[in-house]
Design a binder for this molecule. Structure first.
Ligand code: ZN
Length: 347
């Protein structure tokens, strides 16, 4: 009945295969597009789950990947940090299950999946850092950038701790959100390595640019970036919080009531929060963005066993995509009905 199997490690080959299978199986509502190439030339793929207006998934998929002008939209991103593969599994499994419930016209834990998908376009980039995921699963020896990678320091016990892309850049510190000059690297990571190096210049990485271009092209209403670990949410930063007229906090409080993801304090120091994807999205797209840290906290970047995904993540997070889709509808309606209050978001 379902395509995506998350009972154990979910390898890149299987993910690409499942993306094709899902787009075939649900070709009336699901389409995919390559939005960029990684350092090693792997495809960075986006999926669009939408119930209108362009017909079949075949042929005009590029056109179909543009968001509908008349509907709000939400972007979900997984795997920007290589080792956090629960975030990839969640995106893929949400796509599979939401398509299923849409076609069956059945609810999922109280969410009316069909009516949500009728009201909002859902976009997913399940694997934002495919080279990194390959390193985590198969080691740096399988990388076409091996000669450079073998000179880099691995922070953590081995390649399963790899967090960066195949240039040794932490993609979630590489975005040009206006804080580049003050954004610091952690001491010891000022050169390419497995973790925490921000890069030599903002937006330097092809994976960063794939997301930047995709967002600029589509103007999503809301963005959610899934990470691990901590079961918490980074939902606002001091540089942009005032833009949203309290809408970000309202969403956060509702999320807090319904899910296990703890509300953190507003990030205050751009030296520390700057140049993340969610920070870039808030600053440049002027829309709320949420970083969700899935799974219980683990010290030192170690990850839980992949076999624990269903218990530690899926059980708790399976409807978060639908929750945020509904919030995108609310944001869109609020901006339309009270343009004055949300003027900062449309300037
Ligand atoms: Zn992360």
């Amino acid at each position: 009945m379902f395509v995506v199997d998350t009972s154990d490690t979910y390898y890149l080959d299987k993910i690409y295969e499942d993306i094709n299978k899902l787009c075939e199986k649900y070709n009336n509502i699901l389409s995919s597009k390559i939005i960029g190439k990684s350092v090693e030339g792997r495809n960075i793929v986006a999926l669009k789950l939408s119930c209108m207006e362009y017909g079949s998934a075949n042929g005009d998929s590029a056109l179909r990947m543009t968001r509908s002008k008349t509907k709000p939209s939400v972007l979900f991103t997984g795997g920007i940090h290589a080792r956090e593969d629960f975030s990839v599994m969640l995106c893929m499994k949400m796509i599979d299950h939401y398509c299923h419930h849409y076609c069956e016209s059945t609810e999922l834990e109280g969410f009316d999946v069909r009516s949500i998908i009728e009201g909002v376009d859902l976009f997913f980039v399940p694997v934002a850092n495919p080279d990194g995921l390959n390193i985590v699963h198969h080691g740096i020896e399988t990388s076409s950038n091996y000669e450079q990678l073998k000179t880099m320091q691995i922070w953590g016990e081995d390649h399963t701790y790899w967090k960066a892309n195949a240039n040794g850049v932490d993609l979630n510190k590489n975005f040009d959100d206006g804080n580049w000059e003050i954004r610091t690297c952690v001491p010891g990571t000022e050169i390419p390595c497995s973790d925490r190096f921000k890069g030599f210049s903002p937006n330097s990485e092809p994976e960063t640019m794939a997301l930047v271009n995709f967002c600029n092209h589509n103007s999503f209403t809301l963005m959610v970036s899934y990470h691990c670990s901590g079961n918490c949410t980074f939902w606002a930063d001091s540089g942009t919080h005032s833009l949203f007229g309290g809408m970000d906090e309202k969403i956060m409080d509702e999320l807090n009531k319904r899910y296990i993801y703890r509300k953190t304090k507003i990030s205050q120091d751009p030296k520390i929060y700057g140049c993340g994807f969610e920070n870039w999205f808030r600053a440049r797209m002027k829309r709320p963005a949420f970083c969700i840290e899935l799974s219980p906290f683990v010290e030192g970047g170690r990850q839980h066993s992949d076999t624990l995904f269903d218990e530690l993540v899926w059980k708790h997070a399976r409807t978060t995509g639908l929750f945020f889709a509904e919030k995108a509808i609310e944001i869109d309606a609020a901006i339309r009905s009270d343009a004055g209050k949300f003027a900062a978001m449309t300037k």
